[in-house]
Structure formats: structure tokens, C-alpha cells
Design a protein around this ligand. Sequence first.
Ligand SMILES: CC(C)(COP(=O)(O)OP(=O)(O)OC[C@H]1O[C@@H](n2cnc3c(N)ncnc32)[C@H](O)[C@@H]1OP(=O)(O)O)[C@@H](O)C(=O)NCCC(=O)NCCS
Length: 151
Amino acid sequence: MFERSLRIRDFQAKDLEVLYAIDHICFPADIAFSRRDLLIGLNQTGSIARIAEIPDGIAGFILARIEDDRQGHILTLDVIPSARRRGIGSMLMEDLHRLLKLRKITTAILEVGTGNLEAQSLYERMRYRYIETLYGYYNGNEDAFRMVRLI
Ligand SMILES: CC(C)(COP(=O)(O)OP(=O)(O)OC[C@H]1O[C@@H](n2cnc3c(N)ncnc32)[C@H](O)[C@@H]1OP(=O)(O)O)[C@@H](O)C(=O)NCCC(=O)NCCS
């Protein structure tokens, strides 16, 4: 466990290249963010970007956005392979829920690949529930489940 040495902090502009590289390790090239889309996602109105830092550097991040309908939409959750199964993904989610609650947001939604059983397991443990299947959600190729949780 990294609990004592883990720090969760806000995104800073200097993190961009590391987050881009992590996203490309975590997802296939056709699903990972382009540099431009990541930059937009990190800086758009309502964006919440939180970084998990361990002594070795950035171990993961979460990117979400408070949308016009006042829902928190999780855009990505990434943890580097060498730091997985140590609770970092869960801690990033909990930190996000805390921030959403502070902003009086009561609902969080996300999409997860139908084949991504690891992430589905994490989200189910965090009380996210299936609401619909989005066919061809990832570039017309892979389907996704949309899931929701009341904060
Ligand atoms: C999904 C991901 C974010 C999980 O991060 P993590 O830091 O390993 O997650 P945690 O350690 O908090 O795991 C919490 C729970 O999720 C589930 N889980 C996570 N990884 C799992 C795996 N490989 N197999 C089965 N269950 C898994 C387990 O229930 C786990 O609890 P446990 O370790 O007590 O069994 C990480 O694997 C990742 O970055 N994957 C690639 C990117 C991705 O798919 N992101 C989600 C996009 S929707």
C-alpha cells in the first residue's frame, strides 16, 4: 500500500507530457487521448484533474468534468501498471467524489469498455450501477457501459 507516501494533488501544466505518456500506456493508441484533446480536457470549464504522486513520480490521474447538467462526468482514470492493485485508482475516485460533493454535485457518470472487467470491478465496488450500453462508443469499434452513482 502507498497510503503514507501517496499524495493526491491538482494537475499542473508541467504534468501534461507525463499524463499523455501514462494515458498511452493505459489505453490502446486509438482510444488514448491525443495531446490536443488531453490539453483541452485538462483545461476546459468545469474540469477536475487530480494527480496521484508517489516518491517515484506520478502513478496515475483522474480527469473529470462538471457538465452543464450538473453531473460529474469521469473522462478517464489511469494508473501505471507497476502501481496497480494498491488502491490508487480507488483513492483517486474517492478524492473526486469528495470534490464533487464540495461542489454540491450529486451524480457521477462514466463509460467503461464492455471488455474492461478490471475497471468494471472497481466501479461496481464503488457503487456505480449500469444504466445503458453505448454501442461503438470507442471510435465505432468497442462498446461501452454507461454507469452512474449518486454521490
Ligand atoms: C482500472 C484501474 C484504474 C484500476 O486501478 P488500481 O489502482 O489498480 O485500482 P485499485 O487498486 O484501487 O483496485 C480496486 C478494485 O478494483 C478491482 N480491480 C482492479 N484491478 C483489477 C484487476 N486487474 N482484476 C480484477 N479486479 C481488479 C478489484 O476489485 C480491486 O480491489 P482488490 O485489489 O481489493 O481486489 C487500472 O487498472 C488502470 O489504469 N487500467 C487501465 C486504464 C483503465 O482501464 N481505466 C479505466 C477506464 S474506464
